[in-house]
Structures are given as C-alpha cells and as structure tokens.
Design a protein. Structure first.
Length: 201
C-alpha cells in the first residue's frame, strides 16, 4: 500500500500546498479537488459577482471585519457580537440584522399591522398636524391613535394625551364631562327625592 502524499500542486495558483488545503472529491483518483480551497473560494466569488452583475443586481463587497464583530447589511455598520440577537440556525449563531435594525423593523411591522399605515404616512400625518399633538397642540406627537372599533387612524398624539383617551375609554360623553369639570362646570347629580338623583343634561 502506498503512502498518501503530504502535498499537492493547485492547478490554478500552481502552489504546492499541504493536502489539508484541498477539499475532498471522491470522484478524483487521489480523493481531493484539483484546486485549493482558497482558489475555489475566489472562483466562487468571481462567479457570484458575474452572475449578480448580469442580473443587474447589487454586488456586495466583502468587508474586513475584526474578530468578535459582524457587519450588519441593513445599516452597513460593523458591531460587536453583543449587539446581535442569537440565532442557533445561522452559520455564525447570530441574526442577520443587528438589534437596532431588528427593533426598527419590528416598529414598522407593528405600525403596519396595528394601524395599517407606513412610517412615511405617519410622518405625513404629523406634518399635517403642524408637528405637534392634535389634542394638546404642544407636545411632540409619538403615538398613532386609531379607533379600536373601526380601526381608522385619527391622528398622532403625545404620550399623555394618548394615555388620557385610553383612561377615558374613548367615550365622547366622558371626555365632554371631563372638559366641563376642568372649566368649573362640574356635572354633579341633583337630589330630587330620597335616593333619586337627576343627572345634568
């Protein structure tokens, strides 16, 4: 039985390299590919580039990423692994987008799912309100308000005004009484008989 060779010449780069530099190929007599792993990777990258360009698609450049970091293709920033959620199914064990980009996508998805509008439509609504909450006309609008019955978007409110509507359960009669109360016209019931009260109309 002959000993297996310890080195092999790559047919592309012509370097004599250790057999560990070649991937397995059971169809070859020596059981290894004719090109080294590096040349195979470079050929694959060049083929990928040509195919993407022929399809008119963007070709992503390989980024020089230091150890313990990863490039987010959404925001284009290189961030440490602590800025990524875990994903056991991924080859590197990390999500494809950083935590910041995932959170932004989650907000967009929630807005579309809950209110049926995009961020651009929300921004147009805020601009039409003059950039302020449409109830207090002072605070920065942050929360899209919609009718829970019809789902129709009514406007964008500040946190306090949105919370106030929620506490008053979106009831116009309760909101009117609250306004009258604040203006000094308290809606108090009048005793007309023992145990019988009349509410103001």
């Amino acid at each position: 039985m002959t000993d297996e060779p310890s080195a092999k010449v790559c047919t592309r780069c012509k370097w004599e390299l250790p057999v560990a530099a070649f991937a397995r190929d059971k169809n070859r007599r020596d059981g290894m590919q004719v090109r080294c792993r590096k040349c195979v990777a470079e050929y694959g990258a060049a083929h990928y580039r040509r195919r993407r360009e022929s399809e008119g698609k963007e070709v992503r450049e390989k980024a020089d990423v230091p150890a313990g970091h990863k490039l987010c293709r959404t925001c284009g920033e290189i961030k440490p692994h602590s800025e990524w959620h875990r994903n056991a199914t991924a080859s590197d064990g990390l999500s494809t987008r950083c935590k910041t980009c995932r959170a932004a996508q989650s907000r967009r998805d929630h807005l579309k799912r809950q209110c049926g509008i995009t961020e651009a439509e929300r921004d147009e609504l805020i601009a039409s309100q003059g950039g302020v909450c449409c109830i207090c006309s002072a605070a920065v609008p942050e929360h899209v308000d919609h009718c829970h019955g019809t789902g129709k978007v009514r406007g964008v409110l500040c946190f306090s005004c949105n919370a106030a509507l929620g506490q008053l359960k979106d009831r116009p009669d309760a909101i009117r009484r609250a306004a009258a109360y604040v203006e000094g016209n308290a809606w108090k019931p009048t005793l007309v008989a023992p145990g019988v009260y009349r509410l103001p109309s």
